[in-house]
Every structure is written in C-alpha cells, then in structure tokens.
Design a protein. Sequence first.
Length: 222
Amino acid sequence: MSTTKHLIAPSVLAADFARLYEEVHMVNNSEADWFHIDIMDGLFVPNISFGFPVMQAIAKHATKPLDVHLMIVDPDRYLKACKEAGAAVITVHYEACTHLHRTLAGIRELGCKAGVALNPHTPVSLLKDVIRDIDLVCLMSVNPGFGGQKFIEQTYSKIKELRALAAAVNDALLIEIDGGVGRNNAAQLLEAGADVLVAGSSVFGAANPTLAVQELKHISTG
Ligand code: DX5
Ligand code: ZN
C-alpha cells in the first residue's frame, strides 16, 4: 500500500452558493490543492452555472489556485476575462475549439497553464499532434453540464492510453478526472495514472467536507 502525490480539486459547482464565503474557507482550510471552477454557457452544455463576476468573488478569498473548466463554445472570446477573474489553469473543450493549437498558445501567453477537456465520447488519440503544448488534460468521466452523475467506467482505459500517448513527449502532463469521483473509485483512478481528482458532490455533499477532502488526499493505492 502506498499513497501517491496527487492533487484534489473540489468543484465549487456543488457548493451551497448562498454560503459561498464559508465554502471557500472550507476549501482553504482543507488539504485541497486547487479550486475547480465550472463555467457553462447553456450552449456547449445544457446548463448555466455562474460567470466571471462570481469567480472573481471566489478568487478574492481563495488561497489556492483556481482551475477553471470552460464549458463554453468558442472560448477564445473569454480567455482574457478568465485570467483577469483569477484563473491559474484554463481548460477548454476539444469539442469547442476550431483552432485548438492557437487557443492553447493564447492561454499560455496569458501566463496560465493550458488544459484541454475531452468529452466521454472523444478519443484521447485526437490529442496526438498537440500533446506537447498541453499542461493538463481533463478527462470527463460524465457528460459535462451537471454534478452528481454516475462515473463512466471507460475512463480507466482512457487514462492509461493518454499516459502512454504523453510518455515520450510530455512527461509533465497532468491528467485530471472530472465527474463522479469519490472514495469508491479514487484509488483505481490513481493507479490508472490520474494526477488530479475533481470532486463535487462527494466533497460538498458530505457530512464533513473537510474530512472528505482529507480522505481523497490520503487514499491508499495498491
Ligand atoms: C460537470 C463538471 C464537474 C462537476 C463534477 O460538468 O465539470 O466539475 O462539478 O461534479 P461531481 O463530482 O458531483 O460529479
Ligand atoms: Zn468541471
């Protein structure tokens, strides 16, 4: 048994928005590494979450980096606003970018880490020619748009395939898993090669969210 050096990113989407200040402080005072911030436009995904003014309010109190997951069409329009609202990592969807290479360069020019998210149906092989230019790949383990959905098991083999694809050219690539992550599957995800676990309902819906973060951070792998 061992523990891996992985990151935990609680997804604020599952927080109680009426108590956002307290929720931000819970994450600050926990063993979490990042805040995961889900921005939706009602077009790329069939839901609308919150936008940059709310993110900016979170950034004002957050003591940890903001990992922003843009579920919006044509994200180039909002990269600068996203940086200005406090993003450290900006992740765009492969399916939402016509000129992905240019978009990633734009994110890095702003001084942010550049991430690409893949929907469950999108093969990791499509990243082959751009993998060198990515800091983080977010594998969606649910269809994006909503918290609290059931984890898609195919994700395990996608992690392994992605790690193999990146091995020769991008050793530092972070593999993030988003959707349906909790105590029940965290160990298996880390064993498959995940680096960052996003957790929404399994953290904010827990009786003791701080403890839920701690358990994910110290999960034992085989
Ligand atoms: C879904 C979002 C996720 C979501 C995860 O579109 O990208 O970050 O908040 O929520 P859980 O952990 O509840 O599946
Ligand atoms: Zn997300």
